[in-house]
Design a protein around this ligand. Structure first.
Ligand SMILES: Cc1cc2nc3c(=O)[nH]c(=O)nc-3n(C[C@H](O)[C@H](O)[C@H](O)COP(=O)(O)OP(=O)(O)OC[C@H]3O[C@@H](n4cnc5c(N)ncnc54)[C@H](O)[C@@H]3O)c2cc1C
Length: 271
């Protein structure tokens, strides 16, 4: 399939990219979600703004107890970062199970979060770790807490004229991400991320609903700490009260069951 014709821009700075953004233009990072959508003509932007080579957007560094990750950092850079593994292992684990090596070498964290596929891996880890998404637009920069970022199917709190510049991930004592991959696409049929910090455990799911979400029922059941009993009781509440996705591969009942199984696996991994 061939996409419709488009103009191509390659800015060398974030400011230049913001100036080029318009209703008819789209940012291009790794291209591993946008280009397939363009080839299927689900998306037909008149211009692409290639941010893939903007050096100021590609880094992983420690910043006052937080791991700061530039938007065009690839999945492979994240999975192989010792800093990410030591402080936010759920994120490194999520990166390591995305697609295949080719996808991980080109795809970026900013592109994945902006795309907000309901079956993407990062959103669960970003929510459980309590990350912040830093964005910049014509009116300056702002930081969006993960809890406010994922709104609905392919819909985030990002404005059309904003660019994700950085993801800030606070260090967790322990964290883990496990998923049941779709056998063909490798996307998460169900993915569960858990993170503990300061005695509290956060639990988030991807693949289960229209958007990734924190599961307050599971988190409440863990308020007394992590034990074999509390993990079993908490996992049994996974996805309670949630409207759950269903498709020909995994119906609602099966997905709910997988949410419970993978909550238990993820919690056992940090217990
Ligand atoms: C075969 C295959 C298998 C895959 N399997 C998985 C999987 O198992 N798990 C998973 O999570 N994902 C999977 N993916 C998706 C992959 O992770 C993509 O890399 C990712 O979703 C998009 O990142 P990208 O850098 O390629 O973004 P692009 O495709 O370049 O862009 C995606 C969208 O984000 C916007 N965008 C990009 N960067 C920014 C930014 N900095 N600020 C604002 N908007 C921005 C673009 O305008 C576009 O709308 C798979 C993809 C393929 C092709």
């Amino acid at each position: 399939m061939i996409p419709v014709a488009f103009d191509y821009h390659r800015p060398s700075s974030v400011d230049e990219a913001i100036e080029l953004l318009s209703d008819d233009a789209k940012l291009l990072a790794g291209g591993h979600s946008l280009l397939p959508a363009m080839k299927l003509r689900l998306s037909s932007p008149g211009a692409l703004i290639d941010i893939g080579r903007i050096a100021e957007l590609n880094y992983i560094r420690e910043d006052g107890g937080t791991v700061a990750i530039g938007a065009t950092t690839t999945h492979h850079q994240i999975e192989s970062s010792a800093l990410v593994s030591a402080n936010a292992s759920a994120l490194a684990q999520a990166a390591s199970v995305i697609g295949d090596p080719q996808v991980r070498n080109k795809g970026t964290i900013g592109g994945s979060l902006a795309h907000a596929d309901p079956a993407a891996d990062y959103p669960a880890a970003i929510l459980a770790l309590g990350a912040e998404i830093v964005v910049r637009g014509p009116d300056g920069a702002r930081s969006i807490p993960a809890d406010e970022f994922f709104i609905d199917l392919f819909l985030t709190a990002l404005a059309p004229d904003e660019i994700i510049t950085e993801v800030r991930v606070p260090a967790a004592e322990k964290s883990a991400y496990v998923k049941f991959p779709h056998p063909a696409s490798r996307f998460a049929v169900v993915g569960c991320a858990v993170a503990s910090a300061g005695g509290a455990v956060k639990v988030a799911f991807t693949g289960v609903a229209n958007a990734a979400f924190r599961d307050s029922g599971v988190e409440e059941a863990l308020s007394g700490g992590l034990s074999e009993e509390s993990i079993a009781a908490a996992a049994a509440r996974a996805a309670d009260g949630q409207e759950v996705l269903a498709d020909h591969f995994a119906g609602e009942e099966y997905r709910r069951h997988l949410a419970k199984v993978f909550a238990r696996k993820a919690l056992a991994a940090i217990a």
